[in-house]
Design a protein. Structure first.
Length: 213
């Protein structure tokens, strides 16, 4: 009598992380706009910096870059969220990040947002973004053995390498952060943003309708 070793492992409820690359580098106007934002002053947050005044930078700057982002937000919404009714997903706040060599960002999520994203302007080799498993606390409570090595079922975080001109979109509830890049010699510069929605959510029939304009 032989053992039946056929089996199947299903990955349930994955967290989407969307990646796209812009074909062109920043043009002279975009580089100048970044320079002006930095010159006007930045808030120091941990070992990174964010602008003091420019927290809606797409309202008047980076028009071509905003168009590129909006194209991919539409794809993300269609392929991942796939709403039944037509809704208007739009960029709310947007801001510049400057991370000093060896700097890091604490692990965090983005409240009052549906989609969040980051576009990398200037990176170095070994620059990465780290995403945390939403079930991390549960996994840590059930860690009853020492793992030979982590895999997609046991890991509590996933690291993505990042490069110039790359856009990453992800659900705003997904926690993320940056480890220090000890090899870095220049600042890492990126632009982050949040996305919310306009339209009619829910239905009168189910008593959860809300109209957002």
């Amino acid at each position: 009598m032989s053992d039946n070793t056929d089996f199947r492992i299903a990955g349930l409820f994955p967290s989407p992380v969307y990646n796209a690359r812009r074909d062109s580098d920043l043009d002279s106007t975009e580089e100048s706009e970044i320079g002006k934002i930095v010159k006007e002053g930045m808030h120091t947050l941990k070992i990174s910096n964010s602008p003091k005044n420019h927290i809606y930078i797409f309202n008047g700057k980076f028009k071509k870059l905003k168009k590129f982002w909006e194209q991919h937000i539409k794809i993300y919404v269609k392929e991942i969220i796939n709403p039944k009714e037509e809704l208007d997903f739009y960029i709310t706040q947007s801001w510049l990040n400057v991370t000093n060599p060896g700097g890091s960002h604490h692990v965090h999520s983005h409240p009052n947002s549906i989609i969040s994203g980051v576009f990398y302007v200037s990176t170095e080799e070994d620059d990465k973004i780290m995403f945390s498993d939403p079930n991390q606390k549960i996994k840590e409570m059930l860690r009853i053995v020492e793992y030979k090595e982590h895999n997609i079922w046991t890991s509590t975080g996933c690291v993505f390498p990042v490069n110039n001109n790359e856009l990453i979109l992800f659900p705003s509830w997904l926690e993320h952060g940056y480890y220090p890049n000890k090899k870095a010699t220049t600042d890492r510069i990126s632009i982050s943003f949040n996305v919310f929605v306009r339209g009619i959510l829910g239905t009168k029939r189910t008593f959860d309708e809300i109209i957002l304009k």
